[in-house]
Structures are given as structure tokens and as C-alpha cells.
Write a new protein. Sequence first.
Length: 406
Amino acid sequence: MLIEFSVNNYKSIKDDLTLSMMDLKNSPKALPSVVLYGANASGKSNVLHALKMMQRIVMNLDRIMLSTDKLPYNPFRLSSQTETAPTSFDVVFEKESKKYKYGFSYNSKEIVSEYLLVYESTRPTTIYEFEKNIFKPNSKIPSLKKIVKPNNFLYLWEADKQNVESAKVVLEWFNALTHISFDDEGGLRGIFSPQWLDFLDEKTQKDMIAAFLQAADTGIKDVLKDVSSLKKQKRKMADGSFEDFFIESRTVKTIHEKFSVNKKKEGMVPFDLFDDESTGTKKMFFIAELFVAALLEGHVLFLDEMDANLHPILTRELIKFFNDPEINTLGAQLVFTSQDTNLLDLSLMRKEQIYFVEKDHFGGSHLASLSDYNNVRNSDKIEKNYILGKYGAIPYIGKFDFFKQV
């Protein structure tokens, strides 16, 4: 369960920016969902990308193996103050009734600072901290004293090798995060990754996805994983000749009803999901997989441009899955960006679930919750006020008369 995420000096985020999932009404619970609004190029996607970058480094997806390997570093470049300064990431989460706080700062060459705290009560236990080239391990964990590492390695990785339990918990939590961008159809190709195709092997999960798609009025009656077909490929041999070989084709079939001239059911027809279905239906299928997985396992799901290619009524219903405690029994969370102002409805999302991202005159992105604004009443028309610019985070359009001057 995500409680809070903070970032500093990453892409368009120059100063400290914090996304809080704290439920102000039902503390110490966390919010089941939050939405980020903002103009194009405001940096709302960068808030999600920042946590994805933290995950990328924590999970060592760049395979940092040598002391000379570069860390993925992308600071705010519109200020001489930050263009070579460290980027900082910090996260607070809860797992199995314990709260963890983990963070680090870095540049392309080294980890500048790092810490790991565990809260078993209101007071934290420091597992370790590293700052100003000084490593301070918890004296009650002798194995931490053995750690010697290159400057570009996280202490977290080494603590995991020493079987430090709290380090393993942090790695497990980050490994369970799912971040999907729907800004183009490329994001939909995740449907055909082995992870999500194999998700259909479990009957309960497959049936839930099929029921999800039926409820969404897609016309789909069932879904099947199809691995029966083989695709013929050619490969070049050392002598310059070509050889045929076959690879297994893994895809998804959607099952539709077929009707006679008299509108009587005649049977079922399989469609190829990627070739025959619309972009919106493909997206619905992937969202069904993502939602079912998150809700069954209590994971955190980040979706960039979730509402693109989806009807507004459908988007509202999707959010209700996470907001309904009778459905979301394991504490799953949804964090997403949107341009759909229909969702700015306090009967759907509470004030602390709505965030606005806006750039200042110097190109830096800032984040504010609707709950930060004074005198916002539950009876207010939030959508109308947002479009009127009352909360900022909208584009200020200039005159599009440049064609007249050509």
C-alpha cells in the first residue's frame, strides 16, 4: 500500500514534489485511487514516470554491474542550479502491517545518499543510512557491517545479499508495482507479453476478465489464449544462405456470438484480439487484466492516460472498482492521469483524491490536491470551476491566427 512518494530534480520536476495517498478522512488508511489533471506538457506524466524510474533503479533493470556503469539520470535542465545536482526519490509504503520508508539521491556516476527505515510502532527503526560518504548500519544487524560496494550500487542490493529482511520487503514491493502508459497503441502490446498471456491460464482469472468485458458492453462473450499456430520465419546462416524455422504464435482470441438471418443464435466466432478488435476494446482487455490482477493481489497500479479511447461512463465505472471497499478488499490502489473532466465529481472522487499539475514560468512542475484549496464545498461544480481556471492546471491558449499571416 503506497502512502507517499516524493521526488526532486527529475525531468520537469525541479523542486520537492509529493504525491500523498493518505486518507485524511479515515487516517491511517490510504486512498484507493487518485487522479492527476493538467495541461499538455504540464508534467503530470512525469510524476508517474518518476516512481517508475525509482522502480527501474531499485530493481536494477539497467543491469548496473561495473563501477563504471552509468545510472539513468535525467535532472531538471532548465536551471543551472539543478542540471548537475542529484535527483532524489523517497517512498513510504505499508506491507503486512509495517510501514517502510526508503529513499536515495544520485547522479549518473554515484549514489549520493540512501536510507531505509521501518516503523513497527510510531517510532522508526533505522536499518541503515548513507550520507556524505558515511555508512551507518543498524548495530543490531551485524551482516550490514560487511557491505563494501562500488559508488554506483545501492546499499539495498547489498543488504538483500546479506539476507536483511527489510531490504527484501522493499524489493518485493517495488517488483509488484505496475506502470502502463496508454499514450499510444504501443502500450497495448503488453497484452501479449508472457506475463499477461499466462494470466489467462488460471480459470478464475480468465472468467473474471470475460465477465469484465461483458459488463463493459464489448460484445465479447469469452476470451481464450491461443498458442496453437506456428509462424514461419527465416534466419541467415553463417554461409549466407537462409534457413526456415518456426516460432510459436501466442495471441488472444475473443469469442463473439453469431446470428442467423432470423436473428437466432447460430454459434460462436473467434476474433483475433490485436488484428480484429478496436483500439478501445484492446485497451479494455488489458485494463481488465491489470485491474483483476491488482484487485486479487492488492497491488498498486499506475496508468498514464487511462481514459484515452474509453467512453467517459466506462471510465467512471472502472474507478468505482477501486473505490468500493466491498470489491477492493485487499487494499489495491489506482493512480492515473486523465484529461476527462467528467471525473471531476465529488460523488466519485473525494477532494484529496484529485490532484492538479501545473508548470511555473521557469518550466518546473508543481502538484496540488483539491483539498489544498480553501473554501471548496461538496456542492461545488468542480468540473466547471476547473475549466474556468479556478484551480489552474489548464492550458492558457494564445491566438491561433498564425495561418492568416502566412
